[in-house]
Design a protein around this ligand. Structure first.
Ligand SMILES: O=C(O)CCC(=O)c1ccccc1C(=O)O
Ligand SMILES: [Mg+2]
Length: 369
């Protein structure tokens, strides 16, 4: 690949409604866009999903910018890859910083697909032309407000509902949703809000027929999760704990969980995401694609990876309109009857709305060879 320049943009977009998890509330979504250009003037785009504060993982918008600027962009421009699958190896000596790596690697994948005149999902080996999607609903101030949200998105056709839980907003909340919607596919995400001392409390969720409980214990744990899994019937799904195919292999060996949420940003890019997918397919472990409240650009990458055959459970990739008054892509992502039709155009498959990208850019910087 003949690379010419990389541009970083610090972005801020207002969410339609604040999103609350066990670790905090977001009103604005701060993120970084990466554009990589080749010598022919073609562009590829990626999105860094790190949040403004290090509450989900240790990365932030600030650390992503720094790591990209000082390490990842220089490494890439000094040693342009022949194929995007080589980028992960190029970045391997740089420890962790998964979301920074994923944003740049994703842009390289998109650029490669555009240059090949192929949809990104096909370049990745995806086979689905429609993907099933669910929705992730934040913590609300009252159970009635949450029930209204569930109602709205069940009516819109979403194939499974995920609700966020935390101590004080868990058993009774799940019970209320289950009572009102006896047959929906339902799951709960704790974002690491519990410890092993809560095992008996979490076992009380077993009676509500949840598809899974996501990341109940510490963000860096796979040992206690294995102990918990022995004491509850609800399958555990790991999110925060998994950063690599090696993490996934170890967690599955210990039976720390029976489902994996794959987030491209959390695992350092599309190549690693695909490797985790392949491992899970080999072991009969279902995977699904998580979300980080992405703009249309990150959302398009999520749609592309979800076309791989092992993504057998509905993901968190909801419609653009669930988050944004106006998205950065055209057309925006829409969900009908719980599915997204995968676009068959080159690259990420959606056109960029440059006017809107400029409108939400706080500042930018370009790096050339
Ligand atoms: O709608 C989405 O993009 C998923 C929302 C979500 O659940 C989430 C959002 C921000 C940080 C972590 C998580 C999570 O999956 O744990
Ligand atoms: Mg999660």
């Amino acid at each position: 690949m003949r690379l010419a320049a990389v541009t970083l943009r610090a972005m801020r977009m207002r969410l339609k409604a604040p999103f609350t998890t066990s670790f905090g509330t977001e009103w604005d979504k701060d993120f970084i866009l990466v554009e990589i250009k080749d010598t022919e003037g073609r562009s590829g785009w990626g999105e860094a999903v790190a949040m403004k504060a290090p509450l989900y993982n240790e990365e932030t918008v600030g650390t992503v910018w720094l790591i990209l600027k000082e390490f990842l962009i220089p490494a890439l421009l000094q040693q342009p890859p022949g194929h995007p699958r080589e980028v992960a190896g190029l970045f391997r000596p740089i420890r962790r910083n998964y979301m920074a790596k994923a944003a740049l690697e994703g842009a390289v994948w998109d650029l490669y697909a555009v240059a090949e005149n192929m949809p990104l999902y096909r370049v990745l080996g995806g086979t689905r032309t429609v993907i099933d999607v669910g929705i992730s609903l934040g913590i609300e101030s009252t159970v009635d407000k949450l029930l209204a949200q569930v109602e709205k998105y069940v009516a819109a056709g979403y194939k499974r509902i995920k609700i966020k839980i935390k101590p004080g907003w868990d058993i009774d909340t799940v019970a209320a949703v289950r009572q009102r919607f006896p047959s929906i596919q339902l799951m709960a995400d704790a974002n690491s809000a519990y410890t092993l001392a809560d095992s008996a409390h979490l076992a009380a969720l077993d009676q509500y027929n949840l598809m899974m409980i996501e990341q109940p214990l510490a963000h860096d744990d796979i040992i206690d999760h294995a102990v918990l899994q022995k004491n509850i019937q609800t399958p555990i799904c790991l999110d925060e704990s998994i950063h690599s195919v090696e993490d996934a292999r170890k967690a599955l060996t210990l039976d720390s969980g029976r489902i994996i949420n794959i987030k491209v940003g959390r695992v350092g890019g599309l190549t690693e995401a695909k490797a985790i997918h392949d491992l899970c397919v080999g072991r009969g472990i279902p995977v699904w694609c998580g979300g980080m409240l992405e703009s249309g650009i990150g959302r398009a990458h999520n749609i592309a990876i979800t076309t791989l055959p092992g993504f057998t459970l509905p993901g968190d990739t909801a419609a653009s309109s669930r988050y944004w008054e106006e998205d950065l892509i055209e057309p925006e992502v829409t969900v009908q009857d719980g599915v997204i039709e995968v676009p068959d155009r080159p690259g990420i498959g959606y056109a960029l709305c440059h006017e809107r990208i400029d409108k939400y850019t706080l500042y930018s910087e370009t790096f050339r060879i």
